[in-house]
Design a protein around this ligand. Structure first.
Ligand SMILES: Nc1ncnc2c1ncn2[C@@H]1O[C@H](COP(=O)(O)OP(=O)(O)O)[C@@H](O)[C@H]1O
Ligand SMILES: [Mg+2]
Length: 335
């Protein structure tokens, strides 16, 4: 079965070895009619969602020039499937998601627009992950409350994370005896007290910010894995390693990684999680796991195919896109 598929990416000068080149190329290789469009050109023209797009006629390799989007404001609705592989500028977020949601009323998405908006966040993890697989978690904008939480037990360490960031940005590790803890908690919750003192609330406006707080997972350094889930199949991923002097293991920091192996228990758990994600409209995701715990998941542009390829030399992109399409077919989302 061949589908007409629109892949939404961000326009760039050149393709890198990431999902924006790997996924459209794999779909093209598998015989689908693939078009890529720039998410920031989505508009509504006479009640039709349109986008600047171009049809693929070759595989895009790393370093290949990004093609001219020759079809200006062409219909984004004239497709069997849309795959969103990028976000947009935070200030355009609401408009972009409202256009995507409207498009998704008319065309099935690999990951539903509403699920991308609501679930690609460190706030909503508990909607998909069973409680026993989540570290103890809070979301708060209350510096005093979080101070009491961290002070209540000197044996617990906590991880503060911005609710909607990635690649390790603003991820802080705190415990009662950490002298930098008040400053980190204050920064994570928006530095409201110093800002109100310096400028006054009237001038500066609401300064409180939300932060996600998770209990530190003790086995993270010995068993952290990124797993890419296509439907309910753990198709690939990589084992992460930490630097000695950093508690974060994001590969964008330059950390080492190697090919993924899952224990039978991990494999069964990931498949079960994949089924829960599909029920929520998610058919392609990347999870960060230190079994039995999930730290976060990435739904828009999860690194995995690229690092797995670099670690093992095996290109799993064809089997991955085939697994996604098979799952969408089984769920009745595409015919
Ligand atoms: N609860 C936790 N316990 C231990 N380490 C954690 C925890 N949460 C995150 N980390 C570490 O910090 C890294 C970044 O956190 P993550 O939640 O994946 O956010 P990001 O979106 O920035 O990747 C993780 O890959 C992991 O190494
Ligand atoms: Mg992560």
């Amino acid at each position: 079965m061949s589908y007409k598929i629109l892949v939404l990416v961000s326009e760039a000068a050149k393709f890198r070895l990431d999902n924006h080149s790997i996924i459209p190329s794999a779909l093209h290789r598998e015989g689908h009619d693939v078009h890529i469009g720039d998410i920031d050109t989505l508009c509504l023209h006479d009640n039709v969602v349109v986008v600047d797009r171009v049809q693929l006629n070759e595989e895009y390799l790393t370093g290949h020039d990004f093609p001219a989007l020759s079809e200006s404001y062409a219909s984004a609705e004239d497709f069997d499937l849309v795959w969103v592989l990028t976000g947009t500028h935070p200030e355009a977020l609401a408009d972009s998601f409202q256009l995507l949601w409207l498009l998704n009323r008319r065309v099935p998405f690999v990951n539903d627009a509403s699920a991308l908006f609501y679930l690609n966040s460190k706030i909503t993890l508990g909607a998909a992950v069973p409680a026993e697989h989540l570290p103890s978690s809070y979301v708060s904008n209350d510096f005093e409350y979080l101070t009491e939480l961290v002070e209540s037990d000197e044996n617990r360490t906590w991880v503060l994370k911005p609710t909607n960031e990635g690649c390790g940005a603003g991820v802080y590790f705190v415990n009662k005896n950490e002298r930098n803890r008040p400053a980190l908690l204050q920064a994570a919750t928006g530095n409201a007290v110093p800002r109100y003192e310096m400028y006054s609330r009237n001038i500066i406006g609401l300064s409180k910010r939300y932060t996600a707080v998770q209990e530190y997972i003790p086995n993270v350094r010995s068993n952290e894995k990124r797993v890419i889930i296509a439907g309910d199949v753990p198709v690939c991923g990589f084992r992460r390693f930490h630097f000695d002097n950093d508690d974060r293991a994001n590969v964008t920091l330059g950390t080492k990684f190697e090919g993924l192996t899952l224990t039978p228990e991990e494999d069964a758990f990931v498949r079960d999680l994949g089924k829960r994600m599909m029920d929520l409209g998610i058919f392609y995701s990347g999870i960060d796991m230190a079994y039995p715990y999930i730290m976060e998941f990435n739904l828009v542009n999860p690194g995995g195919l690229n690092y797995s390829f670099r670690a093992t030399g095996v290109d799993q992109s064809s089997e991955t896109v085939n697994a996604v399409l098979a799952a969408l077919r089984t769920a009745g989302k595409i015919s």
